[in-house]
Design a protein around this ligand. Structure first.
Ligand code: GRG
Length: 304
């Protein structure tokens, strides 16, 4: 349990509620012109997501907080950073679900954005969500040099050398046999980069020193991959109702996954090792980093 003795489930519930409330506040209201676009942006972002990326921002912020730093400014900065990563994530899901990519009907237990609205609106909502995320980072009440680092990190993690690049490799890998290293590279970019950015943004906003940042980087690399390994396992072991998205999609679309490359047992063994690496990475950071260990366990043990 963390130093502040709030049980993890309670901390996570409070964190999710805070994230949703902050997102609700930061998104344009749904009757502001162009109303249909704003309604679509709100639908994409405010659906029932797990808010794992926001939880990573807040937990890393807790781990990196410097003695004497303004807790109020830090909290506000973390709110902006948590909202920014969830907004980029929501845009990526909306675009990933489009007919030109995964062509999916179900997301977060509801119709995908283009099914609920239309393709052009879903595309534009994603387009508009991206700059909103950077606007929120630009408004963080922290040292300007740290804001620049945060903006650059989010840009690089979501761009062609990060998430969008990973998605491009994914789109080109259908029907291909990938070596384990190639699969890892694709997932580090497509899924891992944004999870890693969430952890590192928490550290940046908190003003974490270099030793702490090193621990956060190692932790982030492990949980970023662990998240994808779990996703691949759940795709074959779970069902559509539990996941809130179409199960069995990877095999049906002939996409290489950890399970197809390493088998179920091999994937589970890799997951156990990544969980251990995540814990080891934050152990030297002491009790302030307990939440990060708990978030890693949540990611590894999640069922949707
Ligand atoms: C379109 C540029 C662009 C990128 C898309 C995120 C992504 C890249 C594709 C999503 C496809 C997918 C299912 C990837 C597996 C990992 C993943 C991101 C799962 C969804 O994230 P969760 O489980 O979703 O955190 P919630 O709904 O809980 O927020």
């Amino acid at each position: 349990m963390s130093a502040d003795a709030i049980p993890f489930e309670q901390w996570l519930r409070t964190t999710v509620e805070r994230t949703v409330s902050v997102l609700d506040e930061f998104l344009p209201v749904d009757d502001e012109v162009p109303a249909r676009l704003h309604q679509a942006m709100r639908y994409a972002v405010l659906g029932p997501g797990k808010r794992v990326r926001a939880a990573l921002v807040y937990a890393a912020g807790e781990a990196g907080l410097q003695p004497g730093a303004s807790a109020t400014a830090q909290k506000l900065g973390l709110d902006h950073a948590a909202a920014a990563v969830e907004i980029i994530h929501a845009y990526s899901l909306a675009h990933d679900d489009l007919p030109c990519m995964d062509n999916d009907d179900l997301r977060r237990g509801r119709p995908t954005l283009h099914r609920q609205f239309d393709e052009a609106t879903a595309m534009l909502a994603g387009d508009a969500l991206q700059p909103l995320a950077f606007d929120l980072l630009a408004q963080m009440p922290i040292a300007p040099a740290l804001t620049v680092q945060a903006v650059q990190l989010l840009a690089r993690s979501s761009g062609s050398l990060g998430m969008a690049g990973g998605q491009a490799i994914d789109c080109g890998s259908v029907g291909q046999v990938l070596l384990p290293d190639e699969l890892q590279q694709m997932h580090r970019m497509k899924t891992g980069a944004m999870l890693e950015a969430s952890v590192l943004l928490g550290g940046i906003v908190a003003g974490a020193g270099s030793a702490c940042r090193e621990g956060l980087e190692a932790y982030a690399a492990a949980v970023g991959l662990a998240f994808q390994v779990v996703d691949d396992i759940l795709d074959v072991t779970s069902d559509t109702a539990t996941l809130g998205k179409t199960a069995g999609k990877d095999a049906a679309s002939d996409k290489p996954t950890y399970v197809s490359v390493m088998g179920l047992d091999g994937s589970r063994a890799l997951l156990a090792s990544l969980r251990e690496q995540a814990h080891e990475a934050v152990r030297p950071l002491g009790p302030a980093a307990c939440r990060l260990g708990e978030v890693a366990d949540f990611i590894v043990g999640r069922d949707r």
